[in-house]
Write a protein that binds this ligand. Structure first.
Ligand code: CTP
Length: 404
């Protein structure tokens, strides 16, 4: 899928060893449909040849303020106009310092100052340079100037040291750019997302859980954040890295998830319940590890857990509620029945066999109008499709519409 179709991106390279990764970044952006114009500093040209970037982008690479190939002889103006975004990757400590001070001593720095579009930088430097108080101050200043900072990441560095400062991987930068371009359809909305499995203890070391990986819920939280919402993710144990800029509340049991959701209801406009919540918990739970008794069976007594989504939907003046329904057969009819039973305006159904443990999914969205299928794609793309659908149904300040 071309996530950056018709986007015009200026890719700037400054002089760091991570410049070699910029070739992959240029390819990744082009693969997503972007039109990429490369500008390099002299120092960047010492690490990677402009010819490499020219071959990958199919366009001449600019390096000098005095390049007369552009129409009006002013590349710093002409190259920065009609751009949707400038991305400087890698961005050295020196280049970030220049941006802070408005220094305009080469083509890339000058066109950054002359730009009319947003600017993203992907810092790349040695860990000590990243931790240096001057760099810390500069990063803070760039953020408050509205410049988007992507990364850096932590790990092995070209100099042989290990720590924070290496440039984000090209795939991560592309993903971040795609996220940044998502329309802010839910700006200002407060969204609660439940995700992952719950775990119901049997004794001190054993419990009942399920195969939910949490990936769909995390993708929904991320897509909601990309759409401009303030997102709180209430999550069972997943081991996943939470999406950036989302508040995460970790829970273990269904009762804890219920309590955390209820506590936040008054500050919630939309609830998206993606979690695979255990319907029952063990009522004869043991404090200590149960010892086996040779030849004897063991009976667990189960009592129902609260239905989190059901209780929120029943709440007077509750948020707009979206449910999930994992089915192993008869997806549409089971999900439609669940939607009616829970009295929610929208339910997203999927086939468990196609979703659990997989990177992809295939949702069917069921609302008052009927069923809407999202073609099979990554969970993040499915989540974006779901968010777009929610924005069509959700009216700020409105109580959930009654499901038929
Ligand atoms: N849900 C919830 N609290 C529960 C159980 C489920 O909030 N105690 C939410 C899930 O997060 C999901 C939806 O309700 O959004 C699923 O509905 P449910 O009827 O519980 O689905 P299943 O557990 O799959 O139901 P069944 O066993 O009847 O198929």
């Amino acid at each position: 899928m071309s996530e950056l179709a018709e986007k015009r991106i200026l890719l700037g390279l400054t002089g760091g060893i991570a410049a070699y990764k910029a070739a992959d970044l240029a390819r990744g952006l082009i693969k997503q449909g972007a039109e990429v114009q490369v500008v390099m500093t002299d120092a960047a040209c010492r690490f990677i040849s402009p010819l490499t970037l020219q071959a990958l982008t199919g366009k001449p690479v600019y390096t000098s303020m005095w390049d007369d190939r552009v129409g009006n002889g002013m590349p710093h103006i002409e190259l920065s106009r009609d751009r949707d975004l400038i991305v400087v990757a890698p961005a050295t400590a020196d280049f970030m310092a220049k941006l802070v001070h408005g220094t305009a001593d080469d083509l890339l720095a000058t066109l950054c100052i002359a730009r009319e579009c947003p600017l993203m930088v992907a810092p790349a430097m040695n860990r000590q340079m990243w931790e240096n108080p001057a760099t810390r101050r500069n990063v803070k200043q760039l953020s408050s100037d509205g410049i988007i900072i992507e990364g850096p990441a932590s790990g092995d560095q070209a100099c042989g040291e290990n720590g924070m400062g290496r440039m984000s991987e090209p795939d991560q930068i592309v993903e971040s750019i795609v996220s940044w371009f998502q329309p802010k359809l839910l700006a200002g909305a407060r969204i609660l997302v439940t995700a992952g499995p719950t775990y119901e203890p049997i004794d001190a070391v054993r419990g009942i859980t399920n195969l939910s990986s949490g990936r769909m819920g995390y993708a929904v939280a991320r897509a909601a954040h990309e759409a401009g919402a303030k997102v709180t993710l209430i999550s069972g144990r997943t081991g996943l890295q939470p999406p950036a800029n989302v508040s995460v509340i970790d829970i273990i049991t269904a009762q804890q998830m219920h309590d955390e959701v209820m506590e936040r209801l008054s500050e919630c406009d939309i609830l998206i319940a993606v979690a695979a919540v255990a319907d029952y918990r063990v009522s004869n739970r043991e404090q200590h590890k149960i010892k086996k008794k040779a030849g004897a069976g063991l009976t667990l007594e189960l009592e129902p857990n609260p239905d989190i989504l059901g209780s929120v939907a029943a709440h007077k003046d509750g948020p707009f509620c979206v449910g999930f329904s994992a089915e192993s057969q008869n997806i549409e009819s089971h999900a439609a029945e669940k939607r009616r039973r829970k009295n929610i305006p929208l339910i997203a159904a999927n086939l468990v066999q196609a979703a659990f443990g997989s990177e992809q999914n295939e949702l069917i969205l069921i609302d008052d109008e009927g069923a809407h299928r999202l073609p099979r794609s990554s969970k993040l793309q499915q989540a974006r499709g779901l968010i777009r659908h929610i924005t069509r149904l959700y009216k700020p300040g409105r109580k959930s519409v009654t499901a038929r």
